[in-house]
Design a protein around this ligand. Sequence first.
Ligand code: CDP
Ligand code: ZN
Length: 166
Amino acid sequence: MTGSDYKIGSGYDVHRLVSGKKLIIGGVNIDFHRGLSGHSDADVLIHAVCDAILGAAGLGDIGEHFPDTDPEYKGISSMILLEKCGALLGKQGLQIANMDCIVFAQVPKISPYKKKMEKNIAGVLNVDAALVNVKATTTETLGFIGKEQGIAAQCTLLVKVISPKP
Ligand code: CDP
Ligand code: ZN
């Protein structure tokens, strides 16, 4: 095998907070009076994880694989997209070493849901939940996150090369 035995990927996503939508983050339905807008279920954390996976695999980004103009993906659970990304990673001979995620939200409080989010992500990707970490931070009322106009998420991922690229 040539080169490194590990690869990294990173993902970042933002969705607008609006009235009349459910708030789904990390595959968890969060009790809140507003939700995230988007073509799919707008699960900002899962989108960041998908992008990190695609990045580590050298396969572009989520918009290329699941265009928001495609009716097939309208309202779709982002967990299905995550499952597809996980399968693509495996096909590239790559295995998740660990991931570390951040949800940037002024509101609501994310900490009661973090463990469930980790479990959901690990479950879909078929890895030990100890390899998945979810954190949260406010932006101290600064910027669009601080003004409660949107929520952002970021994922940093390390993958192990287990077989040479087909
Ligand atoms: O991030 P920092 O410690 O500077 O302070 P903070 O943004 O006020 O976050 C304090 C704690 O609240 C962190 O440990 C986060 O895990 C948690 N938090 C949360 O549960 N939900 C949020 N929307 C933001 C922060
Ligand atoms: Zn998104």
